[in-house]
Design a protein around this ligand. Structure first.
Ligand code: ADP
Length: 256
């Protein structure tokens, strides 16, 4: 693909997918998609489709990895071979190893791992379809899946990127924008404390552009946070309504 032929921002300031520069792609999160996992979440973020399963805290194998003061948060970011148009090799790539590491580092400050010494909390992130920004979408879904697993957490972790396309700062780059654009700045935030648990940068930004992109990405994270909370409320509000419906019968049984 020639860099010059693809127009990323038109005269009206709209992007190739008709978004404004400060607009997120549509995001939906489903909580508890997998019955067998302790916690799970499925996220669709623009063209990204990602499934996350969480198991644990549970016994750790191999045992020599155990830590006496906390649980090991073991994250695996994996792209399915069919997740991109050119078949991706099933072997773990350097990129997947890096993204597994930064995902762990992004989630760890939010997780009370110190409550479960010598155990492991496994987080499996499966990229079923990739369209740019999978690390942010994966971290966002993984923190919801950890909450669904009942792992005690200080906060959720909301992630979002901003970048630079055709000399303009833009929120949440898609695959084409990520590949042709000039820079990408993915961040993850613990929204209640404002702590930043992930910040990476690809490409070049001036100090002013960095400030603008950082502000835009932070605001994006706060929108993502609302979607995460809504997804959790949707599942757990339904469960509590079901429990309320069961309760009157139980009370009758008790009276008998
Ligand atoms: P992120 O997905 O977090 O933006 P990158 O910037 O490394 O991470 O990747 C950008 C996008 O490039 C991915 O979301 C995906 O759409 C695409 N991509 C990544 N790896 C491959 C690959 N092996 N083959 C084809 N496309 C890929």
């Amino acid at each position: 693909m020639s860099k010059k032929k693809v127009k990323l921002v038109n005269k009206k300031g709209l992007r190739s997918d008709k978004r404004r520069l400060e607009e997120l792609r549509p995001i939906s999160i489903e909580v508890g998609t997998l019955d067998k996992a302790d916690g799970s979440a499925y996220i669709e973020w623009g063209g990204n489709k990602i499934l996350v399963a969480v198991y644990g805290p549970r016994e750790l194998h191999p045992r020599h990895l155990a830590m006496s003061d906390r649980a090991l948060l073991r994250c695996r970011y994996h792209m399915a071979p069919f997740s991109v148009d050119e078949r991706k090799s099933p072997a773990p790539s350097r990129r997947e190893i890096e993204l597994s590491k930064v995902t762990r580092e992004a989630l760890e400050p939010a997780t009370f791992t110190e409550l479960y010494p010598r155990t492991v909390i496994d987080v499996f992130i499966e990229i079923l379809q990739a369209d740019g920004g999978t690390r942010c979408a994966g971290i966002t879904a993984a923190s919801v899946a950890l909450a669904d697993a009942g792992v005690p957490m200080r906060d959720l972790v909301a992630a979002c990127a901003a970048g630079k396309i055709e000399n303009k700062i833009a929120l949440d780059l898609n695959d084409v924008e990520d590949k042709i654009g000039e820079a990408d700045l993915p961040i993850a935030i613990l929204p209640q404390s404002g702590e930043i648990s992930l910040m990476q940068m690809d490409g070049k930004l001036t100090a002013e552009e960095f400030q603008e992109a950082f502000k835009m990405a932070s605001e994006g994270c706060m929108k993502v946070y609302e979607i995460q909370k809504d997804a959790l409320k949707k599942k757990y509000a339904t469960i509590s309504t079901e429990l309320e419906e069961i309760e009157p019968e139980e009370k009758e049984d008790e009276a008998e």
